[in-house]
Design a protein around this ligand. Structure first.
Ligand SMILES: [Zn+2]
Length: 303
């Protein structure tokens, strides 16, 4: 009898362990988003930028095995000003033959040049969605990696200077990832996954076209997970072709990289992108939860 009970107990314990999945905390991620926005606009050279840089490095130091920065400078094309810039890199060194890079840009746009009001066109944006949302998801993942070391080697990169470009000149964007790809400071990862503009309260993430072109197998694995887990923000159709940090990673360093991005913020009729309306109240914890849940389930399914 005693042995029988013990066997039953062990079976229960095993089933419980197998079904126990890590859950991604959307509220906690939203807290990271709000915290970044409290620093104000985080365009290069601003006070908010300097405070946020320290905040990101301090927190990553708590979570990661190794944290280091990569400095570079860039002269933007609008006013010809030169800025000192910083990519922030955090490594979670699980010995593994698989290595994934997770990236987001931590800078925000210096100019609200899509704002309906022309007097805002030279003002910096808060960038709750465009900047803070991707960083928020990755900070919350970094916290999870500390508590539950990932089964593979992971590098998180917060890219600088993604958003100081001028309209119509794609190459003037994504300067941090360009410098990173030209001066790869880590062992080349197998894949890169960029998260950008993932906080929209009305989140719809189709498959970004360049991503599908360079890493169709990764897209297929991820979109299968979104269906399995009912992550309804993800749409199984091709969307825009976006120039983001994944492009230099692929074109310069040959890292197959994808971009999880929602360019309709909040929908196809209204646009908060690069406007003064890119604020926390237009973002939601649930949107961050869906993106974080996808990445959590993907990463912990790897060996
Ligand atoms: Zn932007």
């Amino acid at each position: 009898m005693k042995n029988k009970l013990l066997v039953i107990f062990c079976i229960l314990l095993l089933t419980n362990c197998q079904s126990q999945k890590l859950s991604f905390d959307g509220m906690a991620a939203f807290g990271w988003l709000e915290k970044q926005c409290e620093f104000g606009p985080r365009n290069p050279g601003s006070d908010g930028y300097n405070q946020c840089k320290k905040f990101l490095i301090d927190n990553l130091n708590d979570f990661a095995d190794t944290v280091f920065t990569q400095s570079f400078s860039y002269t933007e094309l609008k006013y010809n000003n030169t800025y000192d810039l910083t990519n922030i890199i955090a490594q979670f060194n699980t010995p593994s033959d698989q290595h994934i890079l997770l990236g987001a840009h931590w800078d925000t746009r210096p100019w609200a040049d899509m704002d309906p009001n022309p007097s805002n066109w030279s003002k910096p944006i808060i960038g709750a969605n465009d900047g803070a949302s991707g960083v928020a998801v990755l900070l919350e993942l970094a916290k999870m990696f500390k508590a539950h070391p990932p089964p593979i080697d992971i590098t998180i990169v917060f890219f600088d200077c993604e958003d100081m470009g001028v309209e119509g000149v794609p190459n003037s964007y994504a300067q941090g990832s360009k410098y990173f790809a030209e001066n790869l400071p880590i062992e080349k990862p197998d894949y890169g996954i960029i998260v950008d503009m993932v906080g929209d309260a009305i989140l719809e993430i189709p498959i970004e076209r360049n991503s599908y072109r360079v890493a169709p197998e990764l897209i297929s694995i991820l979109w299968d997970i979104t269906e399995e887990l009912n992550l309804s923000a993800f749409k199984n159709r091709l969307g825009y072709d976006v120039f983001d940090d994944h492009i230099p990673l692929w074109e310069i360093a040959g890292i197959p990289a994808i971009d999880l991005i929602d360019m309709n913020y909040p929908n196809t009729r209204i646009n908060y992108w690069h406007t003064m309306n890119d604020t926390p109240n237009n973002c939601s914890p649930e949107s961050l939860r869906q993106v974080g849940t996808l990445l959590t389930n993907y990463i912990y399914s790897l060996k």
